[in-house]
Design a protein around this ligand. Sequence first.
Ligand SMILES: *Cc1c(COP(=O)(O)O)cnc(C)c1O
Length: 447
Amino acid sequence: MPYPFEPHKIKVLDSIKILSRSERIKALQEADYNLFKIPSEKVTIDLLTDSGTSALSQEQWSQMMLGDESYASAKSWEKFEIAVKNFTGKKEVVPVHQGRAAEKIIAEILLQKNDIIFSNGFFDTTRANFEHRGAICFDVPTEKSADLSTPKLFKGDIDVKKLRKLLSCYEERAKFILMTLTNNTGGGQPASLKNMELAGNIATQKGLKFIVDACRIAENAYFIWLHEQKRMGSIKNIIRKLFSLADIAYMSTKKDGLASSGGFIVTNDESLAAKLKELAVLYEGFVTYGGMAGREMEAIARGLEEIISPTYLEHRINQIAYLHRELVKIGIPLIHPSGGHAVYIDAGKLFSHIPRNKFPGQALVVALYQEGGIRSVEIGSLMLGKTSKPELVRLAIPRRVYVQSHFDYIVDVFKKIVVNKKRFRGFKIIWQPSTLRHFTCKLKLVN
Ligand SMILES: *Cc1c(COP(=O)(O)O)cnc(C)c1O
């Protein structure tokens, strides 16, 4: 399969500055080998995250000019609310400034100390917010996800058998089941509709709430449409179906909202919505803007329409599949199959000469910047500490931003790294904060 045809053309330019290798080495030293501290203008290809980094369409920009910045009941809020209701099929909409704000509010309403909650994979901010309330989070991924290199479908599923077992042990303390679509910590892999229905049924039987973290629900729905529904029906209906299973859903619109910020919580439960809104006013802003500017709500309202385009989604998923395929061809060990928003490299395997305690993932992150100015993120022992199993590096792909030459360039940089990979060394932490150390820690090269 060739590189997919871009279903858009370029209108506004953002120039890329290309530094020399020695300038990049200097930048790495100045940043203490922490890529979060490299100024973005010194990055050639930025694959740190797909969050808030999407290219906006001309329709989004033009709608933003109509942004109504009135404090209450602005026109832009009306459009936002209609778009969210249309996208989700839910009756109540609570706006928030980004995904983790939704998590904080949901946590405060639903959770108490020692409550137990389950997921196919809690995202890091999700887990942090729920643990902050004293809850205990169980990731219940399926066994098929443990083997990184087998290309099984729907590796983002929750393990239903194991979930039932855990629930019989912890029945009294169990509070809810949360499904992350797609499963970000599990390699951007989707969950199947069947798995969602099974998990939803278990929640209903046990009297638990069923929550959906819908950050990348459109990408997840595309995989369901492609593999499970055999290209029958519309992606919009699959998205609606997924939302219909949830008692509560929330979404960071920095991802599949195709926007730079924002988010929302939705439910059909009016009394729950009233409670959510009380806290939203306290933490986020009045219930008709939730910390977002009117122009941001305009961009999101339009983004939620653009994201369900089959042409867009096909290009998006195939663009990532192209990078995945080209990296496999040159022998880079990856999570299989190609997922929704990123390519995940098994850096522990690629840099097997570097032991875990010397952060092979971070060594690859540094190598990618040094050899090509590519910024990626380590998801392994540096980010997650000793609880981490595979030493991964994520190449997250911003939506609608890069084209084929950029992807071919990334592959060329990998080629340069693998021919002489033994010369890349591991790292030692020389300073770290007490939590979320990967954002600010300082590192030093070791032999
Ligand atoms: C990004 C993300 C969040 C948090 O959203 P923010 O807008 O970054 O606060 C929650 N869950 C998942 C799966 C995410 O990817």
